[in-house]
Design a protein around this ligand. Structure first.
Ligand code: NAI
Length: 717
């Protein structure tokens, strides 16, 4: 079965890419070979005067390279050769004797976009599914089929670096504006227009657009001037280093490849591209990012219950209890997904503030022009407010986001249950209280579960769904399915205090507090953990989450897990002082009236340190203590069955609590350090800090049996 169909439209040859047995087209070695065959055919047949490349898949062009093939590389040289082979195919395409038009509808990613760059003319559809990107950096790689060379030549250096260094995708309109495509049309006429353009190009009645068109005059001046380019490269490198703290080698390699092409010509640039691609493919960073890619893909297919999974009920209407920070955020993302939302709070003023917050969540998308004014208005209309349970009677799902107080949560649940359908799902957004305890007040505990969103709801990618022994499978699959409809990465965990994410994060933050008890300096603790790869340090995070919230969580967890989770003195004292962190304008750090963080507030030391001198501490020790506290707690969660798999634990930590993605997650991290080494380090720490750091029994068992969480080679999940 062939991946390319040939159709003639008189003198224009249409190549339809339709890889058999797959829902999408991926660029594989086989597809590359078939493409070479097609090109040879064109060269042999003088009656072909032009060519169009289009996809046979319903909503995508080419989604990128087949990432599974990347796992087969054993040496840098293998990966570099694969890149070179891809480059050669596309070089031949670029040098073909006839003009080639790419007709793009749907995702056009990575190698797919690189292929289009090697053709004469690109048309895309104006459909929302049409997205163009070179996302390789997100896998720790760079475009390896000439993208680092052709992209800047087509759209200018700055725009190309922006796409390449972030991996972000652009929609059709933006692509047209950048000069990434030459034309944008309605999907219904894509192929006809492409064929017409191909013929015009062959006749000479149309010329391909001038290269660098999207860059503007200043952009072009910069690109063509040695000194200007040097500035762009230097600034880009500085930005990358600030953003990545040097943890991600791929953006720097992309810069080098682009640079080589500009200064020494395309052939040299391609050589550098292939060499760097090879190098990157063998780095642990890339392996971990590829693992996360596979893990999230596998997770998307997981219904969240053991098979057989019942069908998920559709959620057309959502009730939200509590129009505060989280409630409004949830209402906002629900409206964006097209759900009708009833938002309930205790008084009209609070409801009003909640609705205003919803407006600003949806408004952010309007400001970024990812929705139109009409869509903005339509989405706002989906949300209405109330101080009673009017309009809850036909809700499919109710999410409770009232204050973190068990009595209140019981009261609210008792109140709302009679007002909703018996088959409606009831979810609490609590971040710590066991769902089983909340469900004690329920007449229908089988409909109760947790949907733990993270703040801010519209930006944080994770949703932790928490199920009790009583929760019905159907309620679980409905919550998981709806979470995905909201665009979230969803993990399902079993019930327990702090579930998975709050519990592991607390173990980590608590250890940071212990470091303060031992006179470490606040900014040093934060700095070393940011250097390890967390997006912000633990003390800054505590200010962000709210010190009062941290205090409550600490209490619940220390009651549940005893001395292992006893809150640090530092935390207890700052909680007692009434400081709440950023939201209250006063925490471990100073905040201005706009909430912008300043330096450490020295007066906080009077609270926590009794005037003692802050002592420098070895960075390695601080990092080890905080991260191993987290990793060990994650192992406890797996051992107790809170987690369904190491995969869920890794994804939850990376997407929910900021575990460095290039380290894969707690379980991948244990595998990479070696289980023996982790146990040894935990035992050493336990000897010094008992009762903390006692290795989870699971880790001891695994060390004895010399087991890993993931296979050492091949596809990780
Ligand atoms: P918030 O204080 O901003 O909002 C709570 C809202 O609930 C208030 O507007 C309050 O008036 C309302 N409320 C109180 N009693 C009510 C009742 N009987 N009926 C309807 N509404 C009522 O609190 P926030 O931060 O939104 O937290 C809500 C829940 O989400 C808590 O359980 C919290 O633990 C959880 N959570 C909070 C996160 C955060 O970062 N803030 C993250 C994840 C979960």
């Amino acid at each position: 079965m062939s991946a390319i169909r040939f159709d003639r439209r008189d003198d224009v040859l249409v190549l339809t890419l339709d890889v058999p047995g797959d829902a999408v087209n991926k660029l594989t070695t086989v597809l590359g070979e078939e493409l070479s065959g097609a090109m040879a055919e064109i060269d042999r047949d003088p009656s072909v005067r032009a060519c169009v490349i289009v996809s046979g898949k319903p909503d995508s062009f080419i989604v990128g390279a087949d990432i599974e093939q990347f796992l087969e590389f054993r040496r840098e040289l293998d990966a570099a050769r694969a890149s070179q082979a891809g480059q050669e195919v596309l070089n031949a395409l670029a040098a073909l004797r006839v003009p080639v038009v790419t007709a793009i509808h749907g995702a056009c990613m990575g190698g797919g976009l690189e292929l289009s760059l090697a053709t004469t003319y690109r048309i895309c559809t104006d459909h929302t599914k049409t997205l163009l990107a070179v996302p390789e950096v997100q896998l720790g790689l760079i475009p390896g089929m000439g993208g680092t060379q052709r992209l800047p030549r087509l759209i200018g250096l700055q725009a190309a670096l922006d796409l390449m260094l972030t991996g972000r995708s652009v929609r059709a309109r933006k692509a047209l504006q950048l000069g990434l495509v030459d034309e944008m049309v309605h999907p219904a006429i894509l192929l006809d227009v492409a064929v017409a353009r191909a013929r015009e190009l062959a006749d000479g009645t149309r010329r391909p657009a001038r290269r660098g068109r999207g860059a503007g005059t200043t952009g072009l001046l910069l690109d063509t001037n040695f000194a200007g380019r040097a500035v762009v490269f230097r600034k880009a490198r500085e930005n990358v280093l600030v953003k990545t703290h040097g943890h991600f080698p791929a953006p720097l390699a992309a810069l080098d490849a682009v640079h080589a092409g500009f200064e020494r010509g395309m052939a040299e640039g391609l050589r550098e591209e292939a060499r760097r691609f090879g190098e990157l493919a063998m780095t642990p960073v890339s392996r971990e990012l590829i693992f996360l890619f596979f893990a999230t893909t596998a997770l998307k297919k997981d219904a969240g219950v053991e098979p057989p999974a019942p069908a998920a009920a559709p959620v057309r209407k959502l009730g939200v209890l509590g129009a505060g920070f989280m409630g409004a955020g949830i209402a906002g993302v629900a409206a964006q997904a097209g759900t009708i939302v009833r938002l309930k709070d205790t008084d009209p003023a609070r409801v009003g503030r909640g609705l205003a917050a919803v407006r600003s969540v949806i408004g952010e998308r309007l400001a970024r022009r990812s929705i139109t004014r009409q869509q903005f208005a339509d989405q706002l209309l989906l949300v209405s407010g109330t101080t009673a349970y009017a309009g809850f009677g036909n809700a499919d799902l109710v999410i409770e986001a009232v204050f973190e107080d068990l009595d209140l949560k019981h009261r609210v649940l008792r109140e709302v249950e009679p007002a909703i359908r018996p088959d409606a799902v009831y979810a609490s957004n609590t971040s710590t209280i066991p769902i089983g305890e909340i469900a004690r007040a329920a007449a229908r505990p089988e409909r109760v579960l947790g949907m733990h969103f993270f703040s801010p709801v519209h930006r944080m990618p994770l949703l932790e769904v928490i199920v009790t022994a009583q929760t019905a499978k159907e309620a679980v699959v409905t919550a998981v399915d709806y979470g995905r409809a909201l665009g979230k990465t969803v993990i399902v965990v079993h019930d327990g205090p702090g579930f998975y994410t709050t519990r592991t994060l607390s173990a980590y933050m608590n250890e940071a507090g212990m470091l303060l008890d031992e006179n470490a300096a606040i900014e040093q603790v934060d700095r070393v953990l940011v250097e390890f790869g967390f997006p912000v340090g633990p003390i800054t995070l505590l200010d962000e989450v709210g010190i009062d919230v941290g205090g409550k969580v600490g209490l619940v967890l220390s009651q549940a897990f005893g001395h292992r989770m006893t809150p640090s003195q530092a935390l207890r004292r700052v909680v007692e002082s009434g400081r709440t962190g950023r939201k209250g304008g006063s925490g471990f750090y100073r905040y201005d009236k706009h909430g912008k963080k300043g330096t450490v507030d020295p007066t906080v030391y009077a609270l926590i340190g009794e005037g003692r001198q802050r002592m420098p501490m070895p960075a390695g020790e601080m990092v080890e203590r905080c991260t191993l506290a987290m990793v060990n707690e994650a192992a406890h969660c797996l051992q107790e069955g809170i987690l369904r798999s190491p995969r869920d634990g890794d994804i939850g930590a990376v997407f929910g609590i900021g575990f460095p993605p290039f380290r894969g997650g707690p379980f991948r991290y244990i595998d990479s350090l070696g289980i023996d080494e982790v146990v040894r380090r935990l035992e050493d720490l336990h000897a010094r800090f008992a009762p903390r750091f006692e290795p989870a029994a699971l880790l001891l068992d695994m060390a004895r049996a010399r087991r890993r969480f993931y296979p050492a080679e091949g596809r990780p999940v």
